[in-house]
Design a protein around this ligand. Structure first.
Ligand code: HEM
Length: 246
């Protein structure tokens, strides 16, 4: 649906309410996760005590749950939302996709950028990369939350395996090594080691992709217009040329 706002400019309804809520909840949660993740990486420099580090992990994982539920909701919404929120408008493939990408890049380089109501063809690649990296962070993070804090959904399973003989798995806690069987604990640490590495490298990659995403939004805003940043608040884009995806 669209309506004329002046001779040249037209207003286009694009992002529905759930998509906008997802975007800003996700942005804030990821920002918080990155901030606390960086603190965890610098625990020694910050002089964190063992219990201080556990507290930070608890905050990190609580934010991680928010991000995970929000992400699951977005995956479902991509089947239910308006046409710009759906997989067909997000995934970088489909009839005409590669031609549209080439034409978008060529027009961009020539200084006459094309306008889109939804994601432009290059933006789709960034969105899918970000979503994939968030899925990796969620999957690895939930396993680490199980091995580190014995928190759901996998914490009970790990506590069962490391509880010392005669100890109730429910009473196994991160710093109480006397509640754990040391051989089983070492095996659990060996299991989680490559998962920490994956979580860390996905973090570095995500940080890079997010910076690219922010730079691309700024460049698009300057060169193409469309008020794309405010569109994530209002749901509406203002374009002065016929969009390619109407
Ligand atoms: C955008 C999402 C996320 C980012 C950028 C992120 C980033 C990080 C970083 C940088 C670390 C420090 C790694 C290290 O100490 O070696 C970390 C640790 C951790 N993260 Fe995340 N994380 C994210 C999502 C999650 C989620 C969804 C969960 C769980 C629900 C989670 C659970 C954990 C846990 C338990 C640790 C501690 C690992 C350890 O003991 O070293 N993370 N995260």
């Amino acid at each position: 649906m669209s309506q004329a706002s002046s001779e040249q400019y037209r207003v286009y309804t694009v992002w529905d309410v759930p998509t906008r809520w997802f975007h800003w909840i996700n942005a804030l949660a990821v920002l918080g996760l990155i901030g606390i993740g960086v603190m965890l990486l610098n625990d020694d420099a910050l002089g964190l005590s063992a219990s201080g580090k556990i507290k930070l992990k608890q905050i990190h994982v609580t934010l991680g749950y928010v991000m995970a539920v929000n992400l699951i909701w977005r995956v479902v919404w991509a089947f239910l939302g308006n046409r710009y929120a759906r997989w067909r408008a997000i995934l970088p493939y489909g009839p005409g996709y590669w031609g549209a990408l080439r034409s978008y890049v060529a027009a961009f380089l020539s200084g006459e950028p094309q306008q889109y109501v939804g994601h432009n063809p290059a933006g789709r690649i960034a969105i899918v990369l970000i979503l994939l990296l968030l899925v990796v962070q969620t999957a690895t993070g939930l396993i680490l939350a199980g091995t580190d804090l014995f928190w759901p959904p996998f914490g009970g399973w790990f506590a069962d395996r490391v509880a010392a003989p005669g100890i109730d798995p429910a009473s196994v806690t991160p710093l109480a090594s006397d509640t754990m069987d040391q051989v089983a604990y070492k095996a659990m640490r060996a299991f989680r080691s490559p998962i920490v590495t994956l979580h860390l490298y996905a973090f570095y990659t995500l940080a890079l992709v997010i910076l690219t995403h922010l730079a691309a939004v700024i460049v698009t805003e300057i060169r193409e217009g469309g008020s794309i940043t405010s569109a994530m608040f209002t749901g509406r884009k203002i374009l002065n040329r016929p969009p390619r995806d109407l």
